[in-house]
Design a protein around this ligand. Structure first.
Ligand SMILES: C[S@@+](CC[C@H](N)C(=O)[O-])C[C@H]1O[C@@H](n2cnc3c(N)ncnc32)[C@H](O)[C@@H]1O
Length: 401
């Protein structure tokens, strides 16, 4: 049951003019995100499921380049996709490499118009639906399952404990300061790379900065031993922890663990206040410093001050690590026309690149940072638009003493 005041809020989901909405949620089919509850600050919370390529499927077929995609493949893929649709897992689902490649080709064709602009056209559910259909983007009509959500998760858990489905609670269209409650494409890109390079990350200890909903950390924990997923804000951290719990069946069997912790780049130290729920114990800080070899961050470079604070935190943490560490950063170059430049620019991206260059130039006798871009030619394990504005950077942080 939903009380009247809450129902009114739910019926009146308006997107504030200062709200940001991730394309990940905008393009997901309605049946894949159910509205499950309102969070502590009254924002509607949705539950989305994303299918991952399973271990079994990984070695199944040869690796193919997207331009080698044939019509036959696309035909096969369509059949596979129909099957997935029947199971209720559509645009975000993948079965095997061949299908994934074909899907990618289809996806890219569908996404670009004659000028190369992004244009999303939805495939009708049935062939017969095509006649006279309006192909414009569907509106999101969330389906409210229940208030609270617990019962839904229990029912869903019974139904879907598949090792290749990740379930994530998130909100949609938040103010910028709550952007971490949505999933961003950079999180998928980083997760893709982790799945692709799983041998590199086996049993490691990793730290994610600005983990948001926790999706990248959860995927990392299917391979790694311990992942410290960090962010700021009780509400966001609670949502992240809930996602970790929801996906225990994915990580537990591999022995991986996600620890949700507060780590604010605007503060000089770890939060150790015993009163704070997501604070660190001395043992956890010691474990982080002794064992961390991987640091992750997805789509956290959109404000210059925060970018500076991020790199300051990165510098401080890597200085205190006992071992060499590799840092992986994903970023989406969001282009805007600015009057100041009278051109299309991405100032946040430019600032990120400048800061990255500064890091590579550090010569302080203690650390050496080697920066290189990662080519995005690896395969997709999750379906999303791997657009050219997405980038992945690798930084090797080595102590000099
Ligand atoms: C665009 S979201 C990306 C979230 C997630 N990595 C993803 O890609 O889905 C940026 C993240 O940076 C986090 N963030 C912003 N300021 C922060 C700060 N001062 N300290 C730690 N995290 C911060 C936000 O809370 C948010 O989770």
């Amino acid at each position: 049951m939903v009380d009247v005041a809450e129902k009114e809020t739910m019926d009146d989901i308006t997107f504030r003019s200062d709200a940001v909405l991730s394309d990940v949620h905008l393009h997901a089919p309605n049946k894949r995100h159910f509205m499950v509850r309102l969070n502590a600050v009254g924002q509607p919370v949705f539950l989305s499921q994303f299918k991952l390529l399973s271990d079994k499927n990984i070695g199944e077929s040869g690796i193919k380049n997207e331009r080698d995609c044939t019509k036959e493949d696309i035909g096969d893929q369509d059949k596979g996709k129909e099957e997935l649709d029947d199971k209720g897992i559509s645009d975000v689902a993948i079965l095997n490499n061949k299908e994934r490649e074909a899907n990618f080709c289809l996806g890219m064709e569908a996404l670009l118009d004659d000028d190369g602009d992004l244009e999303v056209v939805r495939r009708p559910r049935h062939e017969t639906d095509t006649g006279g259909e309006d192909f414009s983007r569907e509106k999101v009509f969330p389906i409210i399952l229940t208030k609270g959500g617990e019962e839904v998760f229990e029912a869903e858990d019974q139904e879907c404990m598949c090792r290749d489905i990740i379930k994530i609670e998130h909100t949609m269209a938040t103010p910028l300061e709550d952007a971490g409650k949505q999933i961003w494409r950079g999180a998928f890109l980083l997760a893709d790379y982790i799945l692709y390079k799983r041998d590199t990350f086996k049993h490691c200890t990793a730290l994610e900065l600005g983990g948001g909903t926790g999706i990248t950390s959860i995927i990392m924990a299917t391979i790694a031993k311990t992942v410290y997923c960090t962010d700021v804000g009780e509400d966001l951290l609670a949502m992240c922890e809930r996602n970790v719990t929801l996906n225990k069946y994915l990580t537990k069997s591999e022995g991986g663990e996600v620890k949700v912790k507060e780590l604010d780049w605007l503060k000089d130290d770890f939060c150790t206040d015993p009163e704070a729920y997501y604070s660190w114990s001395e043992e956890e800080i010691a474990n982080l410093h002794d064992h961390t070899t991987v640091i992750l961050a997805a789509d956290v470079f959109y404000d210059d001050d925060l970018t500076d604070a991020f790199f300051k935190t990165l510098y401080r943490i890597t200085h205190n690590l006992k071992k060499s560490c590799t840092i992986y950063l994903s970023i989406e170059k969001r282009l805007n026309f600015t009057l100041r430049h009278m051109d299309i620019t991405c100032e946040a991206y430019n600032h990120f690149r400048d800061t990255l260059n500064d890091l590579a130039k550090i010569r302080d006798q203690k650390m050496k940072y080697t920066v290189e871009p990662i080519k995005l030619s690896f395969h997709q394990f999750i379906i999303y638009e791997r657009m050219e504005q997405l980038e992945l950077w690798k930084i090797a942080a080595e102590p000099l003493t």
